[in-house]
Design a protein around this ligand. Structure first.
Ligand code: 13P
Ligand code: SF4
Length: 337
C-alpha cells in the first residue's frame, strides 16, 4: 500500500494514521458533520465499527452493501470506516474519487492468509477451475479471480454456475466449506480463516445455551463447522440483523463480531442479544483490525484528507473485473441495497 504525501504529513502518518492531539473541548460529532458537508464526503461504515462511528456514518452495512454504496455514491470523498480491503474495493470502483481510511493498519487476518504470489502458484495447478474469491482479500488476489463474492451472495453466485464447473474458492475455508455443504459442490478451498470467527468456543456457547434455553444461536458462515452445526440461523451480518428483526424469538446468542449487536439493539430494542464467548478470556470477539478506527482518527482523517488509498492503475483495472461481475450478478439476483 503506498501513500502519496508531503514530508510533514509523512511524519504524521509514520504510524499509518494521523497522530495529532485534538482539543478535548471540541465537539467531534459536530465537526465531522460539518466536514461532510464542506467536502461533499460520505462515511461508509461496517457493522463491526464502534457504536459512535456507526452512529455518525451515512451508511452502515455488510461488505456487499458497502461495495454497492461505494459504486453508486456521488460524493467527492469516500471515508471508509472499515478495513483496508473494503476501502481498496471502494477505490477500485472509484479511481477518480479520494478514498480515505482512518488507520492504514486496519487489515484483515483472512486477507493476510492469502498472499497473491502463493495463490498464483496454487491457481496455476488448476487451469480449468474458475476462481471465486471472498471480498476479504487484497487487490492482488482480486486480480487473479474470476468472480468476487461476499457472505451475502456467495451461495447465489456459486448456484448460478453450471454444476460441472470446477471452482477454486478463496481465501475463507469455513465459508467455502459451508457453501460446499449447502450447494452440493466440491470446490477446492484455500486454507484461510478469520481470526475472530475461528476463536468462538463451542463448549462455552453450549453452556450459555443451557443457561438460556430459550435463546436462539445465530452465526456468521466464517465460523467453523462445529459452531455452524449448532446454529439455528446462519447468515452474513445483514442477514443476521434482518433475521433478529423479523424473528418471533427475543433472545439471541450472537456468534459473530460483537459490533453488530449495536445495530441489532437499535432495530429490536426489546430483544436481548448475548455476545458468544471466545475460547479464552480476551475480548477476541471484537476484530482488532476493525477496532483500530476511532472517532478521533475518523475526524482527523476527514480534516486532513489522510491517509488516502492509492493504487497502481494496471492492478486496479484487473481487480475491478471480478468485482463488476459480482455487482452485476447481485443486481440480477436482487441482492443487497
Ligand atoms: P460480511 O460483511 O459479508 O457479513 O462479512 C463479515 C466480515 O468479516 C467482514 O470483514
Ligand atoms: Fe477480517 Fe475477520 Fe476482522 Fe472481518 S472480522 S476484518 S474477516 S479479521
Amino acid at each position: 500500500m503506498s501513500v502519496n504525501i508531503g514530508t510533514d504529513q509523512e511524519l504524521l502518518l509514520e504510524n499509518g494514521y494521523l497522530n495529532i492531539e485534538i482539543d478535548p473541548a471540541l465537539d467531534i460529532f459536530y465537526e465531522i458533520e460539518k466536514l461532510k458537508k464542506e467536502k461533499n464526503a460520505v462515511i461508509l461504515a461496517h457493522y463491526y465499527q464502534e457504536p459512535d462511528i456507526q452512529d455518525i456514518a451515512d451508511y452502515v452495512g455488510d461488505s456487499l452493501g458497502l461495495a454497492q454504496k461505494a459504486e453508486k455514491t456521488n460524493a467527492d470523498i469516500i471515508v471508509f470506516a472499515g478495513v483496508h480491503f473494503m476501502a481498496e474495493t471502494a477505490k477500485i470502483l472509484n479511481p477518480e474519487k479520494k478514498v480515505l481510511l482512518p488507520d492504514l493498519n486496519a487489515g484483515c487476518s483472512l486477507s493476510d492468509s492469502c498472499p497473491p504470489d502463493l495463490f498464483k502458484l496454487f491457481k496455476e495447478k488448476y487451469p480449468h477451475h474458475l476462481v471465486i474469491s471472498y471480498i476479504n482479500c487484497s487487490a492482488g488476489i482480486k486480480a487473479l479471480s474470476d468472480i468476487i463474492c461476499t457472505s451475502s451472495n456467495a451461495k447465489a453466485i456459486v448456484d448460478s454456475l453450471p454444476k460441472d464447473q470446477e471452482i477454486i474458492f478463496a481465501p475463507d475455508k469455513n465459508l467455502g466449506a459451508y457453501i460446499n455443504k449447502t450447494s452440493g459442490r466440491n470446490m477446492l478451498l484455500w486454507n484461510g480463516a478469520c481470526m475472530v470467527h475461528e476463536i468462538f468456543s463451542l463448549e462455552k456457547i453450549l453452556r450459555l445455551k443451557e443457561r438460556n434455553p430459550e435463546a436462539k444461536i445465530i452465526a456468521h458462515p466464517e465460523c467453523e463447522e462445529a459452531i455452524l452445526r449448532i446454529a439455528d440461523f446462519i447468515g452474513s451480518t445483514t442477514e443476521l440483523l434482518k433475521h433478529t428483526e423479523v424473528s418471533e424469538f427475543s433472545i439471541f446468542i450472537v456468534v459473530t463480531e460483537a459490533g453488530i449487536i449495536h445495530k441489532m439493539q437499535i432495530c429490536s430494542p426489546y430483544k436481548t442479544f448475548i455476545s458468544a464467548p471466545p475460547d479464552n478470556a480476551c475480548a477476541c470477539n471484537n476484530c482488532p483490525h476493525m477496532k483500530l478506527n476511532t472517532l478521533e482518527k475518523l475526524y482527523l482523517c476527514m480534516k486532513h484528507e489522510l491517509p488516502e488509498i492509492t493504487m497502481n492503475e494496471k492492478l486496479r483495472i484487473a481487480a475491478k473485473k471480478p468485482i463488476d461481475k459480482m455487482l452485476e450478478l447481485s443486481r440480477s439476483f436482487g441482492l443487497g441495497v
